[in-house]
Design a protein around this ligand. Structure first.
Ligand code: ATP
Length: 202
């Protein structure tokens, strides 16, 4: 089974693209959602977060995302620390999930595939590229954040152009290019590659 990574900056359209793969029958692992869930359910991870970020990291309702975001989005070292704590747990969880799938290929969607080391465990990486002004507008509309807040988050990620150079395939998500046909073409390619891989490994 082929393992495909799907990445892109905040608001690039990763999740939108991932949903299209799902409609084509492909299992998708949403690493960012999984990480948030694991922060609430994995006791070892919870313990580590409390050790480094304090008891305020959790309320009676679970992870105190507002509190953690206020710390990590204003401090690069703290963001790296939180990522260093959560990524190994998420990668382990993804590996367990992948081993349970039965499909020609799976897609793992994550904002930080290269930065977390997750890319090493994947066969090919697809990047979703959207111009910065589109990304800012999309996230402002979706999350109600200010342009300044979004720019601050963007500035913490690897430069988008550089990230796309690291990808094996790039989907362009802008006002002039349709996304759906690009995903269909890749799906066809990955199914062919998966078949070739299955034949050569017999
Ligand atoms: P994040 O990293 O913040 O989770 P993302 O890369 O997963 O973002 P999406 O959530 O897929 O991005 O897209 C951001 C917003 O833009 C969403 O509200 C989505 O519906 C919208 N959007 C993205 N691409 C398109 C498109 N091609 N057509 C219409 N709406 C789109």
């Amino acid at each position: 089974m082929l393992r495909i990574g799907l990445t892109g900056g905040i608001g690039s359209g990763k999740t939108t693209v991932a949903k299209i793969f799902e409609t084509l029958g492909i299992p998708v692992y949403y690493a960012d959602d999984a990480a948030k869930e694991l922060m609430n359910t994995d006791p070892a991870l919870k313990k580590e977060i409390i050790e480094h970020f304090g008891e305020e990291s959790y309320t009676a309702d679970g992870l105190n995302r507002k509190y953690l975001a206020s710390i990590v989005f204003n401090n690069k070292e703290k963001l790296e620390l939180l990522n260093a704590i959560t990524h190994p747990a998420t990668i382990k969880n993804a590996e367990e999930w992948i081993s349970q799938q039965d499909a020609p290929y799976i897609v793992k969607e994550a904002a930080l595939l290269f930065e977390s080391g997750a890319a090493e465990k994947l066969n090919y990486i697809v990047g979703v590229y959207a111009p910065q002004h589109t990304r800012v507008k999309s996230v402002m509309e979706r999350d109600g954040l200010s342009a300044e807040e979004i720019m601050k988050r963007i500035s913490r990620q690897i430069d988008e152009e550089m990230k796309m150079k690291l990808c094996d395939f790039v989907i362009t998500n802008n006002d002039t290019t349709l996304v759906f046909p690009q995903v269909l073409e890749l799906d066809k390619k990955f199914r062919e590659m998966a078949e070739e891989k299955a034949v050569t490994s017999v």
